[in-house]
Design a protein around this ligand. Sequence first.
Ligand code: PLP
Length: 270
Amino acid sequence: MKQNSQVVGRSCDCAEGQCQAGEHYLDQLKDTVAFSMPNKRCGAFFAESIQGVGGTVQFPKNFLKPAFELVRSHGGVCISDEVQTGFGRLGSHFWGFETHDLVPDIVTMAKGIGNGFPLAAVVTTPEIAKHMGTALHFNTYGGNPMASAVGSAVLDAIEEDGTQENSHVVGTYFINKLRELQNEFDIIGDVRGKGLMIGVELVSDREKRTPLSIDIVGKIWEDMKDMGLLVGKGGFYGTTLRIKPPMCITKEDTDFSIDVMRKAFQNSCS
Ligand SMILES: Cc1ncc(COP(=O)(O)O)c(C=O)c1O
């Protein structure tokens, strides 16, 4: 594993205000509408604001908003899955969809709202909600008063403890520390994310973005766990470390995490 002294940035040839990747993504969606949808009618389009288990993949600029417009123009409703991105984790905004400057028709949420307690919710427009009354729909735990009390307390804590601001400050610190770590290890192909939703993609060849062997990723992951650091794994090849810590973590916790990661990467090449 060779050392690299250059600061690693993410280069881009697009002109100011333009995003070729966003245009390509949109063309693919247009192709799907044109060639794969019967009668070109669409039911619904689901999107996370940043893909979570998908490997902390951020959409290109100017993709999601026109994608929503395209779906709506073909009769579909647009659903934002905020299970991972919601409740201030992205730091700059309370909801991930706000970072794309759009308003969904339906928002699904869970995890963060319960802070570990099993709780989920769906929020939608009165127009869509009224249709729920025309279908048979029930949940064993729906409207559970204990879960509702937990959710309400968690919302208060998010506000009182300033966890959104903490996600912004500590998350940015974390990402910058990881970018520094990327300069030490060529095995780190990419560092991406926002706030405390961070992905570290592991590769065997940074230029070609060849995924690191899943066995080596597994060893690094176990090694980190043994040293006291729990992270997730995801992405198409399962080679992206997914870092999504509690939103109350400190810069000291981050320094500990970086030290553990450095040691695990060093161990993997010894
Ligand atoms: C982004 C996202 N959406 C939905 C789900 C599923 O949520 P639930 O278990 O509440 O159905 C998950 C679970 O991990 C998730 O990460």
